[in-house]
Design a protein around this ligand. Structure first.
Ligand code: COA
Length: 85
C-alpha cells in the first residue's frame, strides 16, 4: 500500500487515518499480508507506517530499482486459515 497527498493537506493526520482504514479493509477481506515501502529519507512516510502498525523489516532493493525501507504486517486470520475458502 502507499499514500500521496496534496501538500495543502499535509500535517493534518489524514495519511495515517486513511491508511489505517485501507489496511483494516485489506485484512478483513483476507489478504495474507500488506507491505509498504518508503524512501529511507522520508520520515513522514516512515512515521505513517509505524502509526498504522506496520513492522519495520529493514532495507530492501526489491522495489522500484532502488533501496527502500520495507514495512509489513501479516494477517493473523489468514495465516490461521480462519475465514478463508
Ligand atoms: C507522507 C505523507 C503521505 C504524510 O501525510 P500526512 O497526512 O501529512 O501525515 P501526518 O500529518 O499524519 O504526519 C505523519 C507523521 O509524520 C510526522 N512527520 C511529518 N513530517 C515529518 C518530518 N519531516 N520528519 C519527521 N516526522 C515527520 C508527523 O509528525 C506525523 O507523526 P505524529 O503523528 O507522530 O506527529 C505526505 O507527506 C505526502 O503525501 N508526501 C508526498 C508523497 C510521499 O512522500 N508519499 C510516500 C511515498 S513512500
Amino acid at each position: 500500500m502507499g499514500w500521496h497527498f496534496h501538500p495543502d493537506s499535509w500535517g493534518k493526520g489524514y495519511a495515517p487515518e486513511a491508511a489505517a482504514a485501507v489496511l483494516d479493509h485489506a485484512l478483513h477481506r483476507g489478504l495474507p499480508s500488506v507491505v509498504a515501502v518508503t524512501n529511507p529519507a522520508n520520515a513522514a512516510s516512515r512515521r505513517v507506517c509505524e502509526k498504522i502498525g506496520l513492522q519495520h523489516l529493514g532495507s530492501t532493493d526489491r522495489y522500484y530499482n532502488t533501496v527502500c525501507e520495507l514495512f509489513s504486517v501479516d494477517n493473523p486470520a489468514a495465516s490461521a486459515g480462519a475465514g478463508m475458502p
